[in-house]
Design a protein around this ligand. Structure first.
Ligand code: CA
Length: 232
């Protein structure tokens, strides 16, 4: 029985009903909001486990809502957007959204995204209590103290940038990271959002990490948006 409370923010009644009906079948509890103002009020008063957020609302832009929520909470936010433009998704992710879903979506897809977010949260809560000294995901193991990565017990020979990339993805396992976020974290002050270089480093990292390049197991590409390490 899923007792977690989900906040559904959507001004379109039909879509809102589709979402809440889907949640009901899985025994999630939910509250709804049809405007940005109501969304913020519900987020404050109910502290939901997950927020499903439509970006196009009558009174406020969804990105603004994310920014407001992020001033006081890290609650997971999954953006649901009718806009196909990548820039909206990227703005939402950069503002602190955890994942996104593009309309039209299937109910299976919606439920899968909710489960991914829940797993990510559980993984984070498991990691949070102490500073992690190792990270394990499937056959991948990172030893932060030694600065080494292992796959099936074999050490991976990574360049410093590949190792940094892998650690960044691991730290955010389950979450989509945008190109801008990654390049800023990796290159810091010498940052110039060089996505082409990032692609090259990602390709060499994957060659070492993924046994099958055509069906990557660990690192998922979000075309035009960024990358995510999957929680295995
Ligand atoms: Ca809308």
């Amino acid at each position: 029985m899923n007792k977690q409370l989900i906040l559904v923010v959507e001004d379109d009644g039909a879509v809102r009903n589709l979402i809440t009906t889907t949640l009901e079948t899985q025994h999630y509890r939910f509250v709804t909001a049809a405007t940005g103002q109501a969304a913020i009020l519900e987020a404050v008063s109910h502290n939901p486990a997950i927020v499903l957020l439509d970006l196009g609302l009558p009174d406020m832009d969804g990105v603004e809502i994310i920014q407001k929520i992020r001033t006081w909470s890290t609650m997971p936010i999954i953006v649901i957007s009718a806009r196909s433009e990548d820039t909206d998704k990227i703005d939402a992710l950069d503002a602190g959204a955890d994942d996104y879903l593009t309309k039209p979506f299937s109910v299976e897809e919606l439920l899968a995204r909710i489960r991914v977010t829940q797993r990510r949260l559980a993984a984070l809560q498991g990691i949070m209590p102490a500073q992690p000294i190792t990270f394990e995901n499937g056959d991948l193991k990172l030893d932060y103290a030694a600065g080494c990565a292992y796959l099936e017990g074999e050490e991976l020979h990574l360049t410093p940038i590949e190792y940094k990339l892998l650690c960044l993805l691991a730290k955010n396992v389950g979450k989509v990271l945008t190109h801008t976020y990654i390049t800023k974290e990796i290159w810091g002050s010498s940052w110039n959002n060089d996505v082409a270089s990032l692609r090259v480093f990602m390709a060499t990292l994957r060659k070492k990490l993924e046994s099958r390049a055509d069906s990557p197991q660990y690192i998922q590409t979000h075309v035009g948006v960024g990358y995510r390490m999957l929680k295995l």
